[in-house]
Design a protein around this ligand. Structure first.
Ligand code: PEP
Length: 246
């Protein structure tokens, strides 16, 4: 049976002090569940302190660069993250793609570097409103995944988490209905079977992301091909985060 994985994406919110206090407070109330991975993807500046106070909460980075070191001003390498005990990294979030111009080739380089270092990329994919309205979601998402996973072996796929996030549902309050989210997540699983094999597809964890809240998470997680959620806004408040993961 697949585990569930719920990760909060704090984006560019909170100071280091606020982040540390949040993790301490939530850890004190969190009941560990062996069938669920819970995490927080935090701004880079906090990662070192958060990994020191986190026990059951996995601390994820929101981005990384694929080169080990060098003249890459402003970037963070995988060895740097490894040295502070981070081993989950969100890759290809739509904000990275749209605001910072990350293309599938770059995302692919990051995914390959992460799995080679035994990290877990949380690989985001998803369509714009225009693509959704044109009913081209599945073709778009399949193409993103084909490119982003090129060169990742079937064995390495056991480390990869996929997050399906329709861009029109991120931070907008518009949630894809559980049925729509299920249809695309099922399509993603079928596409992984085509790229690899059925066994890999059966194992891969697929999250849904887009305005998930404590009030709607149950319906989303009850879908057979949805194994968790990537949550922005609702992960910023302690009670709401606990409402998502408990
Ligand atoms: C996200 O940032 O990945 C996200 C899904 O945000 P929100 O939950 O706020 O829509």
């Amino acid at each position: 049976m697949r585990k569930q994985i719920i990760v909060g994406n704090w984006k560019m919110f909170k100071t280091n002090e606020q982040g540390v206090q949040f993790i301490k407070n939530v850890e004190a109330k969190l009941k560990a569940n062996p069938n669920m991975i819970v995490g927080v993807a935090a701004p880079t500046v906090m990662l070192s302190d958060l990994t020191k106070v986190a026990k059951n909460i996995k601390i994820a980075a929101q981005n990384c660069y694929f080169e080990k070191e060098g003249a890459f001003t402003g970037e963070t390498s995988i060895p740097m993250l490894q040295a502070i005990n981070v081993n989950y990294v969100v890759i290809g979030h739509s904000e990275r793609r749209d605001i910072f111009g990350e293309c599938d080739q770059m995302i692919n380089s990051k995914v390959k570097a992460l799995v080679a270092a035994n990290f877990t990329p949380i690989l985001c994919c998803g369509e714009s409103l225009e693509i959704y309205e044109a009913k081209k979601t599945m073709a778009h998402v399949a193409e993103q995944l084909t490119q982003d996973l090129a060169g990742v072996t079937a064995e390495q796929m056991s480390q990869v988490v996929i997050a399906y996030e329709p861009i029109w549902a991120i931070g907008t309050g518009k949630v894809a209905t559980p049925e729509i989210a299920q249809e695309i997540c099922q399509g993603i699983r079928q596409h992984i079977a085509k790229l690899y094999n059925q066994a890999v597809a059966n194992e891969v964890l697929i999250q849904y992301g887009g305005s998930v809240k404590p009030e709607n998470i149950k319906d989303i997680l009850s879908q057979p091909d949805i194994d968790g959620a990537l949550v922005g806004g609702a992960s910023l408040i302690e009670d709401s985060y606990l409402g998502l993961v408990q």
